[in-house]
Design a protein around this ligand. Structure first.
Ligand code: HEM
Length: 465
């Protein structure tokens, strides 16, 4: 056989065999490991292809998310092939180093005590509103804004102010860049060497921890000094001071490392998520004049009632929030359609039986939350922005924007409060118009309009160009 003959022979026989072996070797590896255990005899692994070595199903997922921009089709294809309505898919044997068990319960208790209570909500509403009002005035002065960027910025400033008492400054700008690097790193492929997004994310985390530690040490020194000298200016009732004082059930305070770590993770959890939901609220309100009109009626009525009672005041208190029933529905619908956390991860702590299959101990399960929120069986016309659907609560287990179980979001009430405050001030004083209402939607790393919702923004009654 000549040189070309060998090449063709290889191409038509060996190459497909190699490709087939690569395609199935991950499946074969996990099936073998599973069946080698005597206790697994007669049991079955969940069906589905586990992807190619190292990369798993990532290339396919990225194709659906980034190229085809049909994220729901990825899961839909799996549902059709393997059945199941819950949108759970098995992606392989890896495990994140999360806090677990008693340690999780202890830290979670401290976070809830510092974040999810009426006291912090009152303080939050008071502190952020002057900033929100000033920022919206500046948007109107600009006339044209890129909503995704501006909303993200104001949310970050709110969080810096309420979590660590920092006003906007070059330092907060630097911190925002670090957080962006960190979040990009979290979304990136986990390859940690210089030049990768993952490595950059880790560096950003280190720098942020150093900044928070510096602030913590400054406060500790000040506290020690105050024990012997007259009081200096107060640091204010922010999240860091609350965390420094919080005690667990045994009466132990959090360690410095824990405070620093918690602050970092709470900022990550708090600002991008809420900013994304607010962005989608603004986007859909721009496209739904009737909904915006009803929102304006409600917020204007509340302001009138407040002004009659106590002179002109455009700020709302935490107690007022419960009166804004329609606004709450708009906020909830924005959270649903934003799908900020499209999936959550769990690790099987023991063998779990599910619909006749065994999910082995140590396997990582991805629960795709977006799939329940876009399922017409649970939400009529799921892609339509319809606050009235919240006249009735969602069917149990079908609304999972904040996750579920003992890891459910610890800041859901704060998120709702922030979005409500933004909606209140937007609807009361401003009008806005999308510059590209038909802009395509990007689904990775988070769902947003391709132009980041560029819009004309003006004071109400002056007309958005
Ligand atoms: C619209 C805004 C938000 C959304 C959609 C959201 C969504 C989520 C989701 C899906 C989880 C995972 C739950 C699970 O694994 O079952 C989570 C966890 C968490 N979120 Fe949020 N979140 C939002 C805002 C916030 C805010 C404002 C804070 C903090 C102040 C916060 C703090 C946390 C914390 C601490 C956890 C971890 C809970 C644990 O592991 O016990 N989140 N969030």
């Amino acid at each position: 056989m000549g040189e070309w003959g060998w090449a063709w022979a290889w191409f038509f026989t060996a190459a497909p065999l190699v490709a087939l072996a690569v395609w199935h070797c991950t499946d074969a590896f996990y099936w073998d490991a599973f069946l080698l255990k005597p206790s697994h005899r007669g049991r079955r692994l969940p069906p589905g292809h586990m992807g190619i070595p190292l990369l798993g199903e990532t290339p396919r997922l990225m194709w659906y998310f980034k190229v085809a921009r049909r994220p729901d089709s990825f899961i839909e294809a799996k549902r059709r092939a393997y059945g199941g309505r819950e949108g759970a898919s098995i992606v392989g044997l890896t495990s994140l180093s999360n806090v677990e068990g008693k340690q999780h319960t202890r830290l979670r208790g401290c976070i809830i005590a510092a974040v999810n209570q009426p006291g912090p909500f009152w303080a939050f509403a008071q502190v952020v509103q002057p900033r929100v009002e000033a920022v919206m005035r500046s948007w109107a002065d600009k006339g044209i804004i890129v909503a995704a960027t501006e909303i993200r910025k104001v949310m970050f400033e709110n969080i810096c102010k309420t979590f660590i008492s920092l006003d906007p400054s070059p330092l907060t700008d630097k911190m925002e860049k670090f957080f962006k690097g960190l979040i990009d790193g979290l979304m990136a492929f986990p390859l940690n060497f210089p030049g990768t997004a993952c490595h950059h994310g880790l560096m950003c985390r280190r720098k942020l921890n150093a900044l928070f530690r510096e602030e913590l040490e400054r406060r500790m020194k000040k506290k020690n000094k105050e024990a012997t000298a007259p009081k200096e200016e107060e640091d204010g009732d922010d999240l860091m001071s609350r965390l420094m004082e919080t005690e667990d059930e045994q009466g132990n305070k959090l360690s410095d490392d824990e405070v620093v770590d918690i602050i970092g993770s709470l900022v990550i959890g708090a600002y991008d998520s809420t900013a994304t939901a607010t962005l989608w609220a603004a986007y859909h309100l721009a496209k739904s004049p009737d909904i915006l009109a009803r929102l304006r009626d409600e917020t204007a009525a509340l302001t009138r009632a407040k002004n009659n009672a106590a002179g002109a005041c455009s700020y709302i208190t935490y107690d007022d929030i419960s009166k804004l029933k329609y606004t709450a529905k708009v906020a909830e619908e924005a959270i649903r359609v934003a799908n900020f956390a499209p999936m959550i991860h769990r690790v099987a702590l023991k063998d779990v039986e599910y619909e006749g299959y065994t999910i082995p101990k140590g396997w990582r399960v991805v629960v795709r939350l977006r799939s329940v929120h876009t399922d017409p069986m649970y939400f009529k016309d799921p892609l339509t922005f319809d606050p009235d659907r919240w006249d009735e609560p969602a069917k149990p287990g079908t609304y999972r924007a904040f996750g579920g179980g003992y890891r459910t979001c610890a800041g859901s009430m704060l998120a709702r409060l922030q979005i409500t405050i933004m909606l209140y001030h937007l609807s009361l004083g401003y009008e806005w118009k999308l510059l590209n209402p038909d802009a395509r939607i990007v689904y990775f790393p988070i769902c947003r309009p391709e132009d980041n919702a560029a819009m004309a923004f003006a004071r109400l009654g002056t007309g958005s160009r």
